[in-house]
Design a protein around this ligand. Structure first.
Ligand code: SF4
Length: 352
């Protein structure tokens, strides 16, 4: 008898699945954390974060007790910090309303912060083996090719993808089925040069049959914006000045050194003086260039031009501003670009 799509996929997965730390457990908490970390981030980048996280917060109760700042610190470098803030809120909900457990009912999960359709489906299927299809970037690409769906790989494709997936879902082994589809996308049905000859489901693949797999999905042109930012390092009595970004918006609640965007036609030094005056009402007398840092975010590339500033001391105006000792700097969650500045400051602190 001809084997089905799901049988072939599951057989392949049993033989070829990578041994990843979150695959060695059925603990819904650990699976939830790994799934959130894996959104927008590669497996290799996630592994050390996941392991450190589970060591620091081994269960929901330890996470629910932690401060948002220590959770953000643990997340530092993974980006999309709203995910960490939602994890913090969700842990409190699980502790207070579900006795420290993650419920296995979709209607309950949907009400928890950060549980959108993907996370609900991932937790229900992977941790509880429930029959829920999930669509991430890998699954979307695989099924678009299987069905020869043309166009961009975005959510406008998901209705057709779901229709197809619902017909393929196995009665058992839902946990492995969803992971197998994602694994197939990561290892075989790659964005560029898919390894079709090694593909367990090539006989089901319309794009392969038509030889059009390389042009599905249609590639999107990435528009990377470049930003030039002037950053001021203020030091007084051995302490550095840092401040917390507003809660809402990009990199919300993380800590950074003062500064801001260099406007068109403006020199970095002029921007530095203007920004520090506007932001914290400090007049910079002299500025000495310390270093440049380049950091990539998904949609833009930031060039940080960092200057050591000679300026009058600054009286703190809100609890979101602090003068901190060099050895304390690393306790504060910061965007990756600012964390690189801290590494440099710690090396040269004695001569500043
Ligand atoms: S045959 Fe090729 S294009 Fe089709 S699903 Fe397999 S790897 Fe992807």
């Amino acid at each position: 008898m001809k084997r089905t799509f799901s049988q072939l996929l599951l057989e392949w997965y049993k033989k070829h699945a990578r041994e990843l730390p979150w695959r060695q457990t059925k603990d819904p908490y650990k699976i939830w954390i790994s799934e959130i970390m894996l959104q927008q981030t590669t497996v290799n980048a996630v592994i050390p974060y996941y392991e450190r996280w589970i060591q620091k917060f081994p269960d929901i109760n330890s996470l629910a007790q932690a401060s948002e700042q220590s959770i953000l610190k643990q997340w530092q470098g993974l980006g999309y910090y709203q995910r960490a803030k939602n994890i913090a809120k969700a842990a409190v909900v699980f502790r207070d309303e579900y006795k420290g457990k993650i419920p296995d009912e979709p209607e309950l999960l949907k009400k928890v912060p950060g549980f959108g359709p993907y996370t609900v489906g991932a937790v229900l299927s992977i941790a509880f083996n429930k029959k829920y299809p999930i669509i991430d970037a890998n699954v979307r690409r695989v099924i678009m090719r299987i069905r020869a769906l043309t166009g961009f790989a975005d959510t406008s494709q998901d209705k057709k993808i779901l229709l197809y997936l619902e017909k393929q879902l196995p009665e058992k082994e839902m946990s492995s089925f969803n992971q197998a589809l994602m694994e197939l996308g990561a290892l075989i049905c790659k964005t560029k040069e898919p390894l079709c000859l090694l593909c367990p489901v090539k006989d089901f693949c319309q794009a392969y049959a038509e030889g059009i797999q390389e042009i599905i999905p249609q590639p999107k042109k990435k528009i990377i914006k470049e930003l030039k930012v002037a950053v001021g390092i203020l030091k007084n009595k051995g302490r550095y000045f840092i401040q917390q970004r507003p809660s809402k918006g990009l990199l919300g609640d993380l800590w950074e050194f003062p500064g801001g965007k260099v406007e068109k036609g403006e020199s970095v030094e002029t921007a530095l003086k203007r920004e520090l005056k506007e932001e914290i009402d400090i007049s910079v007398k002299q500025a000495q260039h310390l270093l440049n840092v380049v950091h990539f975010y998904t949609q833009f590339k930031v060039h940080l031009h960092v200057y050591y500033c000679d300026a009058d001391t600054y009286p703190l105006k809100t609890p979101r501003q602090k003068w901190v000792l060099p050895q304390e700097l690393k306790q504060y969650p910061m965007p990756s670009g600012s964390a690189k500045i801290v590494d440099h400051l710690l090396k040269i602190d004695k001569i500043l």
